[in-house]
Ligand binder design. Structure first.
Ligand SMILES: *Cc1c(COP(=O)(O)O)cnc(C)c1O
Length: 393
C-alpha cells in the first residue's frame, strides 16, 4: 500500500477558471484579485485584505509597512518554519528567538515577554500546525507592560479557518499573513494574503506589496489611458496574478464547512495514539485548530529510523520543523547552541509529520495508524505523555 504525504484536491472546474483568465487580455493582478480580496474581507469581517504571491513576500511587505528595519528586534518562536525568522533577518532586523510552550508548542504571553527588550519593534506569533496563539493575550501583555508601540504580525500560514474563543486571525494584531503554498489548507500553488483592520496601514501595504509604487498595473492603464505613478517608499514585488487568484474563490467559500472533516481525521490520529507514549501537540480547550498538519514526536534517537520504516511501508512523512536558532546560519551568526531553547530543540529532534489531507480515505488512514502502532509506538513505550489539555467535547 502507498499513502502520499499530501495530495491537493483541485479539479477540472478549477482548471477551467484558470482558462477563463487566460482567455482574457489581462492575466496579472486585476479583477479576480479584487474579487477574492472582497471575499477575504467578508470572511475575516474586516475592510482590508490584500492578496500576495507568498507568505514570505507578504511578511516582507508587512514588515516594511510597519517600519521594521536595521537595529530593530523582532520576537519569533524557535519552533516554526525558517521563513518566520528569515524575513526580519533579511531586512536587517534581528530575529530574537523565544522557546515555545511544552504542551501547545506555541509562543505565549509569558515566553514573548521574556524576550522583550528596548529594541523590540515587533512580535511574530506563529499559529503552529493550525492552533492559534493567544494573540489577544500577547497584545494585552504588551499594553500592560507599557509597550503599546510594539507591532504584532501573525504568521497565520497554518491557520486560515481556525479560531481561539471564536476569534480568527487578524482580530488583535496589526496584520495577519496567510500562505496559499501548495500544501496549505487553502492553496493556489504559491500565494498568500494579508489581512488588517487599519485602512492607513492597508494603504502602505498596497505600496510595499508592489515596489513602493503609488499605482498598480490595473490602475496605471485605467479606462484605456496611461497614468503616471510615483515611488513613495521602498517595497517588494509581492502581488498575486489573477491566473492564480482564480483558484482561491471556491476554496475560501467552502473552507469552514470542510474543517470538521479535517478535525475528525486529526481526532482519529489522537485517539489511536493516546496512551502509547507517542507525543502530540495539545490543543487547548478554547481553540478550534485548523489542523493544518499532524506531527507526532518520538524519542530523538528513534526519529530517523521511524521515518525510514514508514517510508519503507509506503507512507510519505516530513519533518515540521527543526529548532530554527540552531540551523547553521543562525548558529553561526548569533552563536545559538543546543540547550538555549530546550522545548523546541527536543521537539525538533523527535518530530515527524504523518499524512493528512481531505481526500485521504479512511482505509488509507487506518493503514497509517496500523503502521505507526506497529513500527513507531514500541520505541515510545513507557514515556510519560505530555500534560494533556482536554478538549471540550
Ligand atoms: C509555509 C509557511 C510559511 C511560508 O509560506 P510561503 O507562502 O511558502 O512563503 C511561513 N510560515 C509558516 C509557519 C509556514 O508553514
Amino acid at each position: 500500500m502507498k499513502v502520499d504525504f499530501f495530495r491537493h484536491d483541485l479539479t477540472a472546474a478549477d482548471a477551467s477558471r484558470v482558462a477563463g483568465v487566460l482567455a482574457s487580455p489581462f492575466i496579472t493582478s486585476g479583477a479576480v484579485v479584487r474579487e477574492v480580496e472582497a471575499q477575504l474581507c467578508a470572511f475575516f469581517a474586516t475592510s482590508e485584505a490584500l492578496l500576495v504571491n507568498s507568505w514570505t513576500n507578504g511578511a516582507l511587505a508587512g514588515l516594511l509597512a510597519l517600519g521594521v528595519g536595521p537595529g530593530d528586534e523582532v520576537i519569533v518562536p524557535s519552533m516554526t518554519f525558517i521563513a518566520t525568522a528569515n524575513m526580519p533577518e533579511l531586512i536587517g532586523a534581528r530575529p530574537v528567538f523565544t522557546d515555545v510552550d511544552a504542551a501547545t508548542l506555541l509562543m505565549t504571553p509569558d515566553t514573548m515577554a521574556a524576550a522583550l527588550t528596548e529594541r523590540t519593534k515587533a512580535v511574530i506569533p506563529v499559529h503552529l500546525y493550525g492552533q492559534m496563539c493567544d494573540v489577544r493575550g500577547i497584545r494585552a501583555r504588551l499594553d500592560s507592560m507599557g509597550r503599546a508601540d510594539i507591532r504584532i504580525l501573525e504568521d497565520a500560514a497554518h491557520c486560515f479557518e481556525g479560531n481561539r474563543q471564536g476569534d480568527g486571525p487578524g482580530m488583535y494584531s496589526d496584520l495577519a499573513v496567510f500562505s496559499f503554498y501548495a500544501t496549505k489548507n487553502v492553496t493556489c500553488g504559491e500565494g498568500g494574503a494579508i489581512v488588517c483592520r487599519d485602512p492607513a496601514l492597508a494603504d502602505l501595504l498596497r505600496q510595499t506589496r508592489l515596489h513602493g509604487m503609488t499605482a498598480g498595473a490595473a490602475d496605471r492603464f485605467k479606462a484605456g489611458r496611461y497614468r503616471h505613478w510615483d515611488m513613495a517608499r521602498l517595497g517588494v514585488k509581492a502581488n498575486l496574478p489573477d491566473l492564480l487568484a482564480a483558484l482561491l474563490g471556491p476554496q475560501i467559500a467552502s473552507i469552514r464547512d470542510r474543517l470538521p472533516h479535517r478535525q475528525r481525521m486529526a481526532d482519529r490520529y489522537r485517539e489511536a495514539f493516546a496512551g502509547t507514549g507517542i507525543r502530540m501537540q495539545c490543543i487547548e480547550r478554547d481553540v478550534a485548530s485548523a489542523e493544518h498538519i499532524f506531527p507526532i514526536h518520538v524519542p530523538g534517537e528513534y526519529r530517523d529510523g521511524a521515518i525510514a520504516a514508514l517510508n519503507e511501508a509506503g507512507i510519505g512523512v516530513a519533518v515540521n520543523y527543526n529548532n530554527v536558532p540552531t540551523r547553521s546560519y543562525y548558529r553561526n551568526r548569533y552563536g545559538y547552541d543546543e540547550g538555549s531553547f530546550p522545548v523546541a530543540e527536543a521537539w525538533g529532534q523527535g518530530t515527524l509529520t504523518l499524512p493528512l489531507f481531505p481526500s485521504m480515505s479512511a482505509s488509507d488512514q487506518d493503514y497509517v495508524i496500523d503502521q505507526v502502532l506497529a513500527l513507531v509506538a514500541p520505541s515510545c513505550a513507557g514515556r510519560l505523555d505530555l500534560p494533556a489539555i482536554p478538549k471540550e467535547s
